[in-house]
Design a protein around this ligand. Sequence first.
Ligand code: NDP
Ligand code: OXD
Length: 316
Amino acid sequence: MNEMSLLVAITGWEAEVWHRRFRELAPERRVYLHSDAYPVEKIRYACTWKAPHGLLATLPNLEAVFSLGAGVDHLIADPDLPDVPIIRIVDPDLTGRMSEYVVLHVLMHHRRQRLYDTQQRARVWREHRQPAAREVRVGIMGLGVLGRDAAEKLVHLGFDVAGWSRTAKAVPGIVSFSGDAELDAFLERTDILVVLLPLTDETRGILDRDLFERLAKDGELGGPIVINAGRGGLQVEEDILAALDDNTLAAATLDVFEREPLAPSSRLWSHPKVTVTPHNAAVSQPQALTRYILDQIARHETGLAFENVVDRTAGY
Ligand code: NDP
Ligand code: OXD
């Protein structure tokens, strides 16, 4: 039995499914759930999603921490996070799911599907003007692994796509902006804003009234639209509601919220211009992602460097 044991520390998701899958794929290792008893000194790798803060600091021989999602804000927020590499998910399964979500919701707005749903319920046969995809400017905030894939798929559909990131990018077919200095230029050519930023000290609360007012006002869709599948902490929900009410924004699709689950009392649920999904834009699938983590461990144990290591200073 390999004594380089794994600890699965998950809250909010079904931990047992991950546990079972790790054991199936790595029968030679011991794999523990954090809710069971485990020998702290044997744990070398922690596989986490919203692990209780302080738990990782109790593992004296920890060599690496894996985030079971692409985002690592749940780990960075732990004040006792040990000084070992943090590895995040970069996997075609997760990336593909996010691009499906982005393409679906961009098209929902572009093709006015919500309006046709309402008309259908009222038995109304009425056509509305339909701009071509090339007439619609999509701006993706966060041109990382997920943003880039979604951007490329939207370009393929014919949309006029731009991206904004911290460092400059050169992606064929995509107009790229970077840093605070180019944010205005990016926003003023954006009809549909897709947000795939990580939550960091720099990005918290970035989606506020001031930003919405800087989006394009001359677009083909009757006002700018926001799609946030990044993190709820990026958005100021009161500002979104106010901007929808006074037509600064035409619509919003939100997968993530300041507090999850979204409170039943939130006005976002019933607002006619809002589409709500329950933080499932790109769900982490144990089937695909346990394999990715075990491959990373195998690399490490043969002397190779981990891939997709988080930059703690940048916070993502
Ligand atoms: P990446 O780290 O690959 O990309 C992040 C992008 O954001 C990069 O382009 C980065 O710039 C940019 N960025 C970060 N900080 C800033 C800043 N201050 N100003 C401008 N740009 C910035 O992450 P992923 O694409 O893999 O994932 C993005 C996020 O999506 C995750 O952090 C997570 O929060 C969210 N997510 C949500 C899911 C859901 O189901 N709703 C599922 C999976 C992920 P640069 O390229 O210069 O580094
Ligand atoms: C992630 C998520 O970060 O599911 O992967 O939110």
